[in-house]
Design a protein around this ligand. Structure first.
Ligand code: G1P
Length: 298
């Protein structure tokens, strides 16, 4: 069956970015001039996804507004002859994918957020795309997972090696064997293991291709790490009754879910953005020289 649907969980409280996220969803924090969630929706579109469900929560209205038309703004841009900005604004409403929204009433974990998508997904394979991970590669990562699914018809989870001391921040796989380059048979999945107990350094990054059987498992899933319903635990259960593979991502991953990663991503994007790249580059070179000079003096 063709993969047509994606679920983007966006219900998190964004506590890592307080106070910015007190009244604004973290998914609306911009990388230069584009909200992070728009990057995710664009990746879905480029991967051939047709329908997207965004699972939101309280204080997330502006996400819906962002993808809706804004007639007052559009009229003003038209009147003042700002054609390029008008085109840009309208293009967000005409992305060519259908967006649906539902709310997770209580923050009960990623697994619980995904369970909200059960009737939207129905009996089809689907993608899960986490908003904190922005991925770049020639072929979008979600499309890479779909390509794997088209051959195996099995759930496939994107993974990447991370520095060993960081494994406790992620879901981690216990690999069995590599059945073809970049495709791993998995023995087990563990959510945020202690560094000395981690079965490998392969971390689950924010893209999943799942078969719909995951919902029945999630519906009965007991709270795991942090007292939350964990998607990783449900995937581990599913792996006992059907094959679940790990796909090794070789592209670039930007974690915009923490301050440092967010700043790095903003700088890198700023260095490719036509309006900022030249001045930003000059500024960084100048700043680099100053920092080097200071560090030699100290
Ligand atoms: C979630 C998942 C975790 C995964 C991570 C990737 O954790 O629970 O398994 O490795 O995303 O970013 P979170 O970062 O939301 O705590």
């Amino acid at each position: 069956m063709k993969v047509r649907k994606a679920v983007i969980p966006a219900a998190g409280l964004g506590t890592r970015f307080l106070p910015a996220t007190k009244a604004m969803p973290k998914e609306m924090l911009p990388i230069v001039d584009k909200p992070t969630i728009q990057f995710i929706v664009e990746e879905a579109k480029k991967s051939g996804i047709e329908d997207i469900l965004i699972v939101t929560g309280k204080n997330k209205r502006s996400i819906e507004d962002h993808f809706d038309a804004n007639p007052e703004l559009e009229q003003d841009l038209e009147k003042t002859g700002k054609k390029e900005l008008l085109k840009l604004t309208e293009s967000i409403t005409n992305l060519g994918v259908n967006l649906y929204f539902t709310r997770q009433p209580h923050p009960a974990g990623l697994g619980d957020a995904i369970l909200r998508a059960r009737s939207f997904v129905g009996d089809e394979p689907f993608a899960v795309m986490l908003g904190d991970d922005l991925m770049t590669d020639k072929v979008p990562l979600t499309k890479q997972l779909i390509n794997r699914y088209d051959k195996t018809h099995a759930s496939t989870i994107a993974v990447m090696p991370v520095p060993h001391e960081e494994v406790s921040k992620y879901g981690v796989i216990e690999p069995a064997d590599e059945i073809e380059p970049g495709l791993i048979n998995v023995k087990s999945f563990v959510e945020k293991p202690a560094v000395d107990k981690a079965p490998s350094d392969y971390a689950i990054i924010g893209r999943y291709l799942l078969t719909p059987e995951i919902f029945e498992i999630l519906a009965h899933q007991k709270p795991g790490r942090g007292g939350e319903i964990q998607l990783t635990d449900a995937i581990d259960t599913m792996n006992k009754t059907q094959r679940v593979f790990a796909h090794v991502f070789k592209g670039e991953r930007h974690d915009v879910g923490n301050k440092e990663g967010y700043l790095e991503t903003s700088i890198e994007y700023g260095l490719t953005h036509p309006e900022t790249k030249d001045e930003l580059r000059n500024y960084i070179i100048k700043l680099g020289r100053e920092l080097e000079k200071n560090s030699k003096q100290n």
